[in-house]
Design a protein around this ligand. Structure first.
Ligand SMILES: [Zn+2]
Ligand SMILES: [Zn+2]
Length: 772
């Protein structure tokens, strides 16, 4: 065990909350046996569970995985039982107040998964468990969760067998008789909605039957599902390639994870669906993870097309009640397939037999707040605990997954061809340093090559996708006289110029101010906008192609929950000519009429101070290029760049992961600084409103790491820093970080756990996806 007595870190923070004496009145008198105790994890940042007494009358429900309501100081909190029949604590324990679960909320494997998350990511156990259940189930006011959506049903309670009785009962109300006989014909009960809307029976007549004592109303549970209407026709026959991969997967032992590396348009989804069909047919359940559900309506529709009502779609737009309904339907086994973003990896699917991680390279699988888990890695652990199979899929797999495949720890299957043997689109690299631009473009990097391609596509009635991974109108506002750049008062980041509506905005903290008319430093009145954003691109393209129907998609266009969804639908139905936007439009979309894809500036993320900058750029450009030429007309891609020789750009142009990895993987190994996949990585970020205190805390962490490394870990760790983060100030806090690397995961685990449990104000991020 490490015993950190780190300067600046407060070991006092681990002391558990005191358990004041006093049993609940009344729970003692009726107890013939000696008291029993349970270990309860509370959703609080404390390192240990608490011990509570189990009241006799709740004993049958207080089992591991069950939620309970317990007193903590002056309030009540929902916690999860992790063990029963534990020893009596030294101080008198308080008693559990309520146990709302008939069936434990967390099964044994999910409880174990929570423990793993806590250990691996250095997160307090209560925070790890908090991620496993929907928020509504942690509510102490309604620990049973929000009421389920219900359907009102009318049911007959008395029979009128003889004609005479019937005539007497309905003498003055022929409408009631019609209603009665309709219900009778429907087997005695029917949903209110059906009777009123379809059969046009009057509510008054139904009310009358109830008043007469002949019928009653009942409310039955109806899961709310906003995706209910979304479906697509059954999938087409599998191609020979796809059949080969399905057969390969089914003969791979379930404990070996599988990677489907399929080029864009090769139909990976059809392979997942075929495998899942056999899972569901055998009576088992499955989880399908997608990066972001509003951006993948086509995938969701296909899953619905195959599994219909068996599917629960979990997504960010669900209300608390809808989320709880979906959770319950899965927990009871009423639905067998869960589809959703990263948190769906915790879906309580019964008899879980497969977890699919679609687009496994996506960084949105990593949670940005504690517990900072990666859903792909959690999927691998959960699958091992439940004996399920994991299927990872991507056209541009992460280097981590490729590394596992190279070591034989993941079985790789390739889909090297598009469906129908359609060729991958040709990609033309356009060098922005030398290529001719249209004269009207001024500040916009719009070359004649891209211009002619777009014009040609529009002339043929084809569709165009334009990618620019930078939202807003302009990247920053600069004074041409003194060079001052307007930056956020809370973050060390330039403010982005927005035009619809006009404002300067911080993309990190949301700070907003009016666009100034003069320089704050020298008073010069003309301020210049630099750097192209999607709003300006939209404006330019609209002027350039006035007849085209254009839609923009980025984080600023998401006023309503389903704005994206509707834009994508219009694109699918040919009601748009040009779709432009940020990385949102690069993923998973399948529009056969798109024949031209333009990457307006491929370099937006290429030079970020992050070892994954090249990998991200490769993935983004290769993915968006894959949107072109999915139909019989073929397609062409134009990638505008100032770095046409960069290996990320060249490999994306060749649609070749292998080509990218061949250059990138050695760049992350000695003599270069080592990075994943060669080593494991963890990052510790200290932040504070006072710059010196952030620095001091980071220095404390680094010094402690170096000492522990030398004294206890045989220098297994490489410790880098402390150094200011590339984004040195965020939301009013100064930021410093320290990195540790090691080929030995256990060494990283030990320091991550020690610092996670003890260092207040220091963010512990194991396997970080960003170093900014
Ligand atoms: Zn100035
Ligand atoms: Zn800010």
């Amino acid at each position: 065990m490490l015993t950190p007595d780190t300067p600046g870190l407060r070991p006092g923070s681990v002391t558990p909350l005191p358990d004041p004496p006093g049993l609940r009145p009344g729970s003692v008198t009726s107890l013939p046996t000696s008291p029993q105790f349970a270990e309860i994890v509370l959703p609080l940042p404390v390192p240990r569970p608490y011990t509570y007494e189990i009241p006799h009358e709740l004993a049958h429900r207080v089992v591991p995985g069950a939620r309970v309501v317990v007193p903590v100081q002056r309030r009540r909190v929902v916690g999860v039982v992790t063990a029963v029949a534990v020893a009596a604590p030294a101080v008198t324990a308080k008693a559990i107040v309520a146990a709302p679960d008939e069936e434990p909320a967390l099964t044994g494997p999910l409880l174990e998964l929570g423990r793993w998350i806590s250990r691996y990511y250095g997160t307090p156990p209560g925070w790890a468990l908090r991620a496993l259940l929907p928020g509504a189930l942690w509510s102490v006011q309604r620990p049973a969760g929000p009421a389920e959506g219900t359907d009102r049903v009318v049911a007959l309670v008395a029979t009128l067998p003889s004609l005479l009785e019937r005539e007497r009962a309905f003498k003055r109300s022929p409408k009631r008789r019609v209603a009665y006989e309709a219900l009778e014909a429907l087997g005695g009960s029917a949903p209110m909605r059906h009777l009123v809307e379809r059969l046009r029976l009057s509510r008054a007549a139904l009310d009358g039957l109830v008043r007469q004592g002949l019928a009653r109303y009942a409310d039955v549970a109806r899961p709310r599902d906003p995706f209910a209407g979304l479906s697509s026709p059954p999938p087409p026959e599998l191609t020979a390639d796809q059949r080969r991969v399905v057969a390969g997967i089914l003969t791979t032992p379930p404990e070996t994870p599988v990677l489907i590396q399929g080029v864009t348009g090769s139909g990976k989804t059809l392979v997942y669906l075929d495998v899942l069909r056999s899972v569901v047919a055998s009576g088992a359940g499955a989880i399908l993870l997608v990066p972001e559900i509003a951006l993948t309506p086509q995938t969701v529709a296909r899953v619905r097309g195959v599994f219909g009502d068996q599917v629960a779609v979990l997504h960010s737009a669900l209300s608390d009640g809808e989320r709880a309904d979906a959770w319950r339907a899965l927990r009871r086994g009423e639905r067998r397939v869960a589809v959703g973003p990263r948190s769906a990896v915790f879906a309580p699917v019964q008899r879980l037999a497969a977890i699919v991680v679609d687009e496994e390279h996506e960084s949105s699988y990593k949670q940005g707040s504690s517990p900072r888990y990666h859903a792909r890695d959690v999927a691998l652990v959960r699958a091992r605990l439940e004996g399920a199979r994991v299927i990872l899929g991507s056209a541009t797999p992460s280097l981590e997954t490729l590394h596992l495949a190279a070591q034989g720890r993941v079985a790789r299957f390739e889909l090297p061809q598009r469906i129908g043997a359609r060729p991958l689109p040709a990609v033309e690299l356009v060098d922005l340093r030398s290529a001719e631009r249209v004269p009207e473009a001024r500040g916009v990097p719009w070359t004649t090559a891209l211009d002619e391609a777009v014009r040609g596509a529009l002339g043929r009635g084809d569709q165009v996708i334009l990618l620019l991974n930078r939202r807003g109108f302009a990247t920053y506002l600069q004074c041409p006289a003194c060079g001052d750049v307007r930056d956020c008062p809370h973050c060390a980041i330039a403010l982005t110029v927005h035009q619809t509506p006009p404002a300067l905005r911080c993309h990190y903290c949301g700070h907003e101010e009016t666009i100034p008319t003069a320089c704050r430093m020298c008073g010069k009145e003309i301020q210049r906008m630099r750097g192209l954003g999607t709003q300006q691109l939209e404006h330019f393209v609209a002027l350039r192609f006035p007849a085209a129907r254009i839609a923009r998609m980025d984080l600023d266009t998401t006023s309503s929950k389903w704005a994206h969804h509707r834009v994508l639908e219009r694109m699918a139905h040919g009601k748009l000519d040009i779709l432009l936007g940020t990385q949102m439009i690069a993923k998973g979309l399948d529009f056969p009429n798109v024949t031209v894809v333009g990457v307006v500036d491929a370099d937006t993320g290429l030079h970020l101070p992050d070892f994954r900058a090249g990998e991200r750029t490769f993935q983004l450009v290769a993915q968006v290029a894959g949107r072109a030429g999915r139909g019989p007309k073929g397609g062409r891609v134009y990638v505008q760049t100032r770095a046409p020789d960069h290996h990320a750009i060249r490999a994306a142009a060749a649609h070749s992961v292998a080509q990218f990895a061949a250059v990138e993987v050695p760049l992350r190994a000695p003599p270069h600084p080592a990075y994943p996949p060669h080593v494991g990585l963890a990052r510790f970020v200290a932040s504070d409103p006072v710059a010196a205190r952030a620095q001091e805390a980071a220095e404390g962490v680094a010094a402690w790491l170096r000492r522990v490394n030398a004294e206890r870990l045989q220098n297994a760790l490489g410790v880098l820093g402390p150094a200011p983060c590339p984004i040195a100030r965020l939301k009013g806090r100064w930021r410093w970080h320290v990195l540790v690397k090691a080929t030995e995961p256990r060494a990283i685990g030990r320091v991550v756990r020690a610092l996670g449990a003890r260092a207040r104000g220091v963010v512990v991020d194991r396997d970080p996806v960003t170093l900014l």
